[in-house]
Each structure stands twice: as C-alpha cells, then as structure tokens.
Design a binder for this molecule. Structure first.
Ligand code: PEP
Ligand code: MG
Length: 850
C-alpha cells in the first residue's frame, strides 16, 4: 500500500534532524520531514479524518483512509501561545480532502512567541517506511513531500473506540483517539524523584490525554506525583510511556520535554542542598549515642518530648454525598491555610509547603480516597487510608530519598484530618526553656510550630538527612541529629543532654563538669556569632577608614529580610529572572511591581540594584522560549534577549520604575557588549517615564561580564552611572571555559591574571570618570580575592547574605594601601595559582609582622 503525502505548507524543506527539538529530531514520534514555513496556511497532506486538533490550534493529526496517522506540529513550543496567532478551519471528526485548508496562522505572531517556526510533518504510525522524500530546499504547498509504504502496525491502530458522535466516511470507523507508546531510558541522576515527578505531573495535568508511566511492573497516572515516585525509577531504568486520547502525540512530546527539563534543571543546579552531613560517626564513648548530623551545631538542653495527638476517624460515613462535601471542604480549608503559611514563610518553608499543596491535589491520592468514599467510608477514613497506601508504596522502595517523602504525606494527612474535625493544626506548640526535642520522627509543620527561642536542638531516633524537616532545621539554625536509634526512647524526660551535631554524638549522661564546659562553649559560640552580626550592622570601613559598601545578592523576596539581619547595606544584584523562574507564563507588570516593592520595603530605604532579566545561556525561562542555539552562552542572553522581547522588557521596566521611594532603585543591564545596548534601554526608560509621568533621573549601571565591556568601559561610562563586575561570566568569557563545566571547575578561577587585568581596566576607567565600580560576581565572596579587588579600586562588594558578617570583618582588618601594592603584583603574575599563593604568603607575612 502506498500513500502520497503533499507538502502542507510553502517553505523550506529539511530533514527532521534540523528541528530544534530533541523529540522530533530524535524521531521519537515517528519519521517525516520538516518545513520552515514562508506562508501561514496549513493544508491537508492527504485525504483523511481529523483525529486531533487541540484548542490551541498549533498541531493537527489526520488519519488517512488506510489508517496512517500524520501529525503536523506548527513550530516548536507553540502550545504555550494558547491559540494566539492560530485560526482553525476544521474540527476533530471532520473528513477532509487532500489540499483542504486546516489551519491558518500569523507567521509574525507565532515567530515572536515560539522557539522556532520549523514545522515537523511526521507519520506517527509504526510499521511503515518513507520513500521518495522531497529534497532539502524550497517546497510549495501541494508538492509531493514523501510517500508512505506499508500498513500501520496494530499497536498504532486506534484503541479507543469511544463514540465522538461523528461518523467517519470511507472507513466506517468512528472518530477515535489513538494510543502511543514509547520506551524511555531515564538518565536523571536520582531517577524519577520528587522534582521530576512534579514536573511531569504538572505537564500531564494540562493535557486532553490519559498518560501513564510504567516500570518495574507498576503503572502510574502521570498526573500523580505520588504514583510516579512509587514506581521507584532509578537512573538507567526503562519506563514505558503510554498516551491515549485526543492529544496523545502532544502528550508523549510533553512528557519527553518534561524529562528533558528535569535533566536541564539537574545539570543547572548543584545536587540538592542537603544540610552538612557527617555520615561517618565518631566511635561512641560511654554515655554517648551516635547519630547522623542533619543540621550542624552544638547545644545543651533538657530532654523534651511533644505529644502527638492521634486523630481518631470513624470508619463508616454518613452518606457518600455528605462525606464527599466534607472532604472537599477540608481540602479547601487546608489549601487556604497552607497558601497563607507559604506566603509568609522563608524560602525553605515555601518550597516545602508547595510540595504539600501538590500532595493535597494529587490525583492518585484523591482517586484512592474516592474509592473508599464510594464504599461508604467516612472522609477521614478515606483520606487516611489513601495516604497510608501511598506511604506503603514509597516505603517498599529501596530509595531513602523517596521514603523520606512519607513524612510530608503524613503532615498533609494530619492537616486534613484536623480540618475535617473542624480544627486547625496548632501554629504554636509549648516548649520548656532550652529544650532538646526527642522524637522518633518529626513533621515539618510540627517543627515550624515550635518556639525557636526555646528549642536548643533536635534528636530523632529515625529520620533522613534530606528530609524536609532536616532542611528546615538547617535553615532555622537548629542543631539536629537523626538516626540515633531506639535507645533514644529510654532517655527520661528532663535529663540534661549535650548535642554535638557537628561530631554526630548525643551525650546522654554528661557529668556536671562536662555540662559546665559545654555550656561555656555554647556561650562562647553564641557571643562570637552575635558579635559578628552586630559588627555587621555597622557601616563597613577598611582599617584605614575607606568606605566599602557591602551589599547582598538576592534572588527571592524572602531573602531580603535575612540579608538586612546579616548587615547588608543594600542589594547589589537582584537577579529578577529568579523571582518568576517556576512560571509557565510571564508575570504581569503588577505582579512584578509587587515583588520588587516587597524587597524594597524589606531593605527599608537601602539601595536596590535591580538587574534587568538576564535570560538565555545557563538561565532559560519557560515563558520566554528562545531558539535552539549551537552555543547558547554566546547567543541570545542578557540585554540582547531583553531588547528582542521588548514587550517583556517594557513591562519589567515599568514595574521597576514604580518602586517607592523614588531613587532607591538603580537599574543594572546584564551582558553588555557595547554602548548601543545601553542607549536602547535608556530610550525605553525615557519613554516609560513619559507614560508614567515620572520626573528624576534613573541611575543606570552596566554589568562588566564580557571582555568587550571591560576594555571599552570608558565609552560605557559616558552613558551609565556605575559599573558592576559579573566575575562569573567575565571569567568564563575570558578563559573560554564554561562556568558550569565540572572538569574545568578548578581552573575557572576569577583570580587568573587575565581576568584581574580586565577588572583593573574597568576600575581604572571608572576612577577616571569619577564613578563607582562594584563586584557582584562570586569572586566578591572569596576571601583571597577581597584584598585584590579593593586594591584595584572596587568600592562595593555584593555577596550572598550569609557571607556578609565575615566579609565585613575581613575588610575591617585591611589597609587599602597594602591592598593596592598586592593587586599591582598580582597583575604581573601568570596564573591563578600564583595569585593565590602570593595572597596567602602576604597575609601570613602581615600576620607575622603584626
Ligand atoms: C556574574 O556573571 O558574575 C553575575 C553576577 O551574573 P550571573 O551569575 O547571574 O550570571
Ligand atoms: Mg552573569
């Protein structure tokens, strides 16, 4: 059997390898050709029936009378346009003739909103071969594109015979949806753990298709995080992906894209921020129990236990309808409450609450609960048994990370059962002074309900070092030991204990002498850190009185408060692209204005240097698709991307210009290479000032992240008010070493004399222009680099908030003249290693001389 397919579009014909999307280029959906369109009219490539045509109008699947399915996917990542620019001419179930018009789209609108316009035309049926393919080059709609030979195999035949109400002529079949199946090998380091599961579930929820993942003899609904995690998929495992329904092909593409997204996130981020752990325990001595450090620190206190109230649930319900209403009411109360806690919490707490909210809406949990309700059980019984079944599935897995998520499920269960009883989880649990909390396990919400000031430490007989409660304890700076074992249960309440989380030991019978020593150590450490923090609240000056500003780099609204508490004198770099990184759609001007204002409020009048969105390269954003690039680090990023997406840039600038009080905000332009970029941003600012009827000059700064910007700093300074050196990028572009390259990590050192010479060039230009030069890249937090930077003329350092107290103390001990001398010598050296040696020697000599 032979089927001739005509080109559905005018354009440039190319092999699928040219499609900037691994799913199509890898032929995961089938074989075909791609067309880079020059017109916006899509024609039917053969006679057939429309099988799928989503509301977004960006893709259509047609089934030929022989049962061969052909997918035309207009552009890449066009689903997120949500129909903008597309107008559909047919609907699922329609029968069309070859050459009939199916969809029209506006080339300009789609080109601006999509990653690429290249349109794959793919035969998704298996068991067929393609021949007589159109050669690469110009193709006209109606020309022969390729021929399909053979009969589609049964596995690709429709499996869903549900009636859509449309008789399909010619075939005698109904309009049906198909089933697609793909086998994937998971290469994620930690397999399908919580984060990839959440990414897949989020994508699956928006699709008109049933999607399942199967592995190890288990099958999971792809909308359920709990079910995906319970598959226990590890790196290297095979997973069978099945999609069934109207958008089956898109669903497969979405799932593969989800896994790719998880992979990108995995390589973009360091491994999960597990608190400092010491799995190697020191050998326990008499009177000591060994444990594992989940949050570092040292504390003395009294053994304390909190009572966990067992919440009773009746098994039998009072009618299915009533119990269903009760469950819905409880879920919505818990959701409102958790949302409120999330909004007011710090970064660590926000992430944990977000995970809890996902569990509350998890389809597998909810479906299991529904089954219990249908069997006449009460809402509480239904939720508890659904939760416990999911926990049993997670606990059966040989994967400690997944088993740790059981605590989160129990936490949500406790919230929900209390809500059913008309109560809320207590926000505050009473504690005696200096409590060392002992428990078998602890839920995140139990920890956050405890009075931090009275809680000295935590010791658990069980627990996992990457559990959410451990991450919270580390964020709250509470020493925490886990896995101490059942002997913990024998410790009587009120007994004095010494918790040395750093060493992984719990002293359960300390002598009076040991207690006295431990108490004085606790006091000493507290005094040291208080002194450091107090000193950090003062203005920072060098030993010889030079004013050096120490600012904080911020990426979240909640970090601003911690930064000020640590002594930040302002924000030297607000990475605005991080504020909305998890979003599928661009934030509105109002949303941005609200976030910026909260940060400005937390800074209480201190300067806020707001960097325009730095998107592209190592920082992709889902809502701003960029074309596939051969070398993204050298492609569209920073201000280049902003100028290309001028609507998004203008909405950000408008939000930034609304920050009050006027004058606290200074705008920083990322990835500058020449003055034209600054002038373009300045023009946009001037227009917006006119629109918003604003007076006054907006201070503008250029980031020095490219050698070009460093070497032409004098020209840039004619248009900007200050420079800020982004040493992370400046180093990668100077040394031609990817900043994220693991094998080159030790050599990607900003203290390479070439990088120092570029910093010196920029600093000299700033001095000549009488303007400020700051450093906001990672090198500002490197204590070896600090004297060199000050010696080169840098007068503002912006670093992660936690480093501020120590950095201010270091600056307070430096003389700028010594720094100048040191910097001069460093510029003459030939490697970063030599620079580091020289600084260390000089510091040692200074130490000896003093
Ligand atoms: C830098 O490049 O040093 C910098 C501060 O910007 P980012 O790390 O956000 O690219
Ligand atoms: Mg940078």
């Amino acid at each position: 059997m032979l089927l001739k397919l005509i080109a559905p579009l005018d354009g440039w014909c190319a092999a699928l390898d040219e499609v900037p999307d691994g799913v199509f280029a890898g032929r995961m959906l089938g074989d075909g050709l791609a067309i880079d369109p020059t017109s916006g009219i899509v024609l039917a490539p053969c006679d057939g029936e429309i099988i799928t045509l989503p509301d977004s109008g960006h893709a259509v699947t047609l089934r030929s009378p022989q049962g061969i399915d052909v997918l035309i996917h207009i552009g890449i990542d066009t689903v997120q346009l949500e129909g903008r620019g597309f107008s559909v001419k047919v609907k699922p179930g329609d029968r069309v003739e070859s050459g009939a018009e199916l969809i029209r789209f506006d080339l300009d609108t789609v080109a601006r909103g999509a990653k690429s316009l290249v349109t794959p035309v793919v035969v998704t049926s298996e068991g067929v071969t393609l021949q007589n393919r159109h050669a690469a080059g110009l193709v006209k709609a109606g020309d022969l594109l390729f021929e399909v030979l053979g009969m589609p195999s049964m596995s690709q035949r429709p499996t869903d015979t549900s009636d859509t109400g449309n008789e399909a002529a010619g075939t005698g079949t109904k309009a049906v949806a198909g089933e697609l199946e793909r086998v994937l090998v998971i290469s994620l380091r930690q397999g399908l753990h919580a984060r990839p599961a959440a990414l897949l579930a989020r994508r699956a929820k928006g699709l008109e298709a049933q999607v399942t993942l199967a592995a190890h003899g288990r099958t999971a609904d792809a909308r359920s995080i709990v079910a995906i995690m319970a598959l226990g998929v590890r790196r290297g495992d095979e997973v069978t992906l099945r999609a069934h329904g109207n958008e089956a092909a898109q669903a497969v593409a979405e799932m593969i894209a989800g896994i790719e997204e998880a992979q990108r996130m995995e390589s973009a981020h360091a491994p999960a921020p597990a608190p400092e752990m010491r799995r190697v325990r020191s050998a326990p001595r008499d009177g000591e129990l060994p444990g594992t450090c989940a949050a570092p620190g040292f504390a003395v206190g009294r053994a304390t236990r909190i009572e966990r109230r067992e919440i009773e649930t009746a098994e039998q319900g009072s009618g299915v309808g009533h119990e269903q209403d009760e469950l819905n009411r409880a879920r919505s109360n818990v959701r409102i409450r958790l949302e409120r806690v999330r909004r007011s919490g710090d970064a660590a707490r926000q992430d944990i609450i977000a995970a809890h909210l996902e569990f509350l809406d998890d389809p597998t949990l909810n479906e299991a609960a529904q089954q219990h309700l249908a069997a006449g059980k009460s809402a509480g019984y239904a939720w508890r048994h659904a939760t416990r079944a999911s926990i049993a599935a997670l606990e059966a897995l040989d994967d400690s990370r997944l088993r740790e998520r059981a605590d989160d499920l129990l936490d949500v269960e406790a919230h929900l059962l209390l809500a059913l009883a008309g109560e809320a989880r207590p926000m505050h649990l009473p504690l005696p002074e200096s409590a060392v909390l002992l428990a078998d396990d602890l839920l995140p919400s139990e920890l956050t309900a405890l009075d931090r000031r009275r809680l000295a430490a935590i010791a658990l007989s069980g627990g996992g070092p990457t559990s959410h409660v451990a991450i919270l304890a580390a964020a709250m700076e509470i020493p925490m030991l886990i896995a101490v074992g059942p002997a913990l249960r024998d410790i009587p309440d009120g007994r004095m204990l010494i918790v040395d989380a750093d060493k992984g030991t719990l002293h359960i019978a300390p002598s009076a002498e040991m207690l006295a020593k431990a108490n004085s150590l606790v006091e000493q450490r507290a005094a040291q850190s208080a002194a450091l923090r107090l000193a950090a609240t003062r203005e920072c000056r060098s030993l010889d009185g030079a004013r050096i500003e120490v600012f904080a780099n911020l990426g979240r609204v909640t970090d601003a408060v911690a930064a000020v508490a640590n002594g930040a004198e302002g924000c030297g770099l607000l990475r605005t692209e991080f504020l909305f990184i998890d979003r599928e759609t661009a934030p509105s001007e109002d949303e941005q204005a609200e976030s910026y204002q909260s940060i400005a409020n937390a800074l209480a009048g201190r300067p806020l240097i707001l960097r325009m969105m730095d998107v592209g390269g190592d920082k992709p954003l889902r809502y701003m698709p960029l074309p596939q690039e051969e070398n993204p680090a050298l492609g569209l990023r920073g201000v280049r991307t902003a100028l290309l997406h001028s609507d998004l840039m203008r909405s950000q600038l408008r939000a930034a210009l609304r920050i009050r009080p006027a004058g606290v905000m200074r705008l920083l332009i990322p990835m500058v290479t020449d003055v034209s970029e600054i002038l373009a941003v300045r023009r946009a600012i001037d227009e917006i000032k006119g629109e918003l009827k604003l007076e006054g000059r907006i201070a503008l700064g250029a980031m020095i992240e490219t050698p070009a910007a460093a070497l032409t700093a004098a020209a840039l300074l004619r248009e900007v008010d200050f420079l800020s050196i982004g040493s992370n990028d400046l180093t990668q572009y100077t040394l031609a070493m990817d900043r994220g390259h693991a094998q080159l990590a030790r050599r990607t050192d900003a203290l390479h004399p070439a990088v120092l010479q570029l910093i010196a060039a920029a600093a000299n230009a700033a001095k000549a222009a009488g303007k400020l030069v700051a450093v906001c890249g990672g090198v500002a937090a490197d204590s070896t680099a600090v004297p060199i930077l000050l010696g080169l003329g840098v007068s503002e350092l912006s670093v992660v908030p936690a480093v501020i107290p120590a950095l201010k103390r270091q600056i307070g001990g430096l003389r700028i003249d010594d720094c100048r001398e040191l910097a001069k010598r460093c510029l003459l050296l030939s490697s970063a290693a030599e620079v580091r040696d020289l600084v260390e020697q000089t510091i040692a000599n200074l130490g000896e001389a003093s």
